[in-house]
Design a protein around this ligand. Structure first.
Ligand SMILES: Cc1cc2nc3c(=O)[nH]c(=O)nc-3n(C[C@H](O)[C@H](O)[C@H](O)COP(=O)(O)O)c2cc1C
Length: 487
């Protein structure tokens, strides 16, 4: 075991879930899973994800009996996408407010230590190893939206590559489109670690070896789909959360580490200059901004999979989607942790709002201690690794405002912020082709940082807030208990 006491983390269980299957069992036991039978890969799984994710408190969905596929072949959507699911998976106490999980994450990060994987020689992923007649469509890769350019085998995936200079292993979630039985296209935005690594191989004229895991422990998805700092392997980071290392098996051809308990892993390489038209794909902003463009192709040379494999599925759409809530929580926790590591004091909460596509409308609340504190918080939250890519608005509020409560945030913006004084811009910041507001070819945008705190010099005489005191409210609530709504 690693440094974290399992009893403290996994209070309901004596250890973290071993793999995706055990995680699904735990989610189902907690009432967080719905089984849907008979949904077709051709648009039905995508439409069902959209329908279910318009419900209040939507569950994870396990798609079973997928037409045209063997009975045991399944797909899972939304495994990480509620506060309760995140608490179960990450081993946090049951949350009663969205910020509880964010705070638990930030507290965890104070003692979090990365744990490198343990190399083993056998594991369930080797139950089936295919070397000939490769066909990635033996799995129910969905066509998610009507205008998508193809079926996507990788949506909730882990694209695993080794940095040829520094020898560390990056695992990122990048969409993977089926281009043919043994060809998969990978879309990686400029600046993403996988793209930087691929560029290093190609600049030397070398093929870039790659594994794509298409079903795995949801903690690996949380790591792969969020901006972990360059140089830290998502394997080590995710293992630090579970308090024990991941077992990995070296792949046969390129010796890349694959999760021993993964459901499906593709192995191959992207050859210099080899591209094929990729997309369009319905994206997390709710648009088809990326369109269709030539993107690198992986030649798939091996398929490893468990018996009755479970394909991971993440269906982007106009938010909320089947992964947007989990991104909000993770990103909020990561921003909180990173701004504190950069030296910022007085942070009381961070929230990343779902309608902002889990990236574009982020709020940080602080207890102001000095003039300039609020702008410092805003600039850090807008520029740290987890807050930088494709951001748009960062709002700083005082500590009496709940950053997760949009009504309160908008009230603070309208009453404490003088636009010409209190809105600044960061220009030429990191964005990408998926930003629907950018002209073709431009991959940078601007950020508005909105200081919605009372000006520091006015703190002493800012007009008081009109609200009944807690004592008055309690007294009146008790007196009229039979005539008002229970809290
Ligand atoms: C469901 C999901 C799908 C994603 N798809 C892509 C994608 O196709 N391309 C991309 O560049 N980033 C995508 N992202 C964002 C990256 O996974 C994220 O920026 C991550 O930090 C990338 O890993 P890296 O930091 O190692 O580059 C996706 C994230 C999620 C959660």
């Amino acid at each position: 075991m690693g440094h974290i006491e399992p009893q403290r983390l996994w209070n309901e269980y004596d250890r973290p879930h071993a793999d995706l299957r055990e995680a699904i069992e735990r989610l189902e036991r907690a009432g967080e899973l719905r089984r849907i039978r008979g949904a077709h890969w051709n648009l039905e799984m995508g439409a069902l994800a959209e329908i279910v994710y318009r419900e209040e408190s939507p569950p994870a969905i396990l798609f079973e009996d997928i037409p045209g596929y063997p009975k045991g072949f399944r797909a899972i959507s939304g495994a990480t996408n509620s506060a309760k699911r995140l608490a179960i998976l990450l081993g946090f106490p049951a949350p009663s407010h969205p910020l509880d999980v964010v705070r638990a994450y930030r507290d965890r990060m104070k003692s979090h230590k990365p744990i490198p994987p343990r190399v083993v020689t056998d594991g369930p992923v080797l139950q089936n190893v295919e070397k000939n007649q490769i066909n990635v469509l033996k799995f129910p890769a969905p066509l998610l939206h009507e205008h998508d350019g193809g079926r996507y085998i990788g949506t909730d995936d882990l694209v695993i590559m080794r940095d040829p200079e520094q020898n560390w292993v990056n695992c990122g979630t990048y969409r993977a489109m089926v281009q043919g039985p043994d060809r998969v296209g990978l879309w990686m935005s400029p600046g993403k670690h996988g793209r930087q690594i691929r560029e290093k191989y190609w600049k030397r004229g070398l093929p870039c070896p790659v594994l794509i895991s298409c079903g795995h422990d949801p903690l690996l998805f949380l790591a792969g789909g969020n901006e972990i700092r360059f140089g830290l392997s998502e394997y080590d980071y995710a293992a630090g959360h579970r308090g024990m290392p991941y077992d990995v098996i070296e792949s046969e051809l390129y010796r890349l580490p694959m999760p021993a308990h993964a459901e499906i892993v593709l192995e191959g390489a992207m050859h210099p200059g080899e591209t094929a038209p990729e997309g369009p794909f319905g994206e997390f902003t709710g648009y088809y901004a990326g369109g269709r463009s030539p993107q690198p192709v992986m030649r798939v040379e091996r398929i490893y999979h468990r018996d009755d494999p479970i394909l991971g599925l993440a269906c982007p759409m106009v938010p909320p989607s089947d992964f947007s809530y989990s991104k909000c929580v993770m990103k909020a926790g990561m921003i909180w942790d990173e701004v504190e590591r950069a030296g910022l004091a007085g942070v009381r909460g961070v929230w990343v709002h779902e309608p902002g596509c889990a990236r574009m409308f982020n709020v940080i609340s602080i207890k102001q201690a000095y003039a300039g504190h609020a702008r410092q918080a805003a600039v850090l939250a807008a520029s740290c690794q987890s807050g930088a890519y494709l951001g748009r608005f960062v709002v700083v509020v005082d500590d009496d405002i709940d950053p997760a409560n949009l009504d309160q945030v908008i009230w603070a913006m309208c009453t404490r912020c003088d636009p010409s004084e209190d809105i600044d811009f960061i220009r030429r910041a990191w964005s990408g082709p998926l930003d629907p507001r950018l002209p073709k070819g431009v991959t940078w945008n601007s950020r508005a940082i909105i200081d919605a705190c009372r000006p520091f010099e006015m703190l002493g005489d800012f007009p008081p807030v009109v609200t009944a005191s807690a004592e008055l409210r309690d007294r009146v609530r008790r007196k009229f208990a039979d005539q008002i709504k229970k809290r």
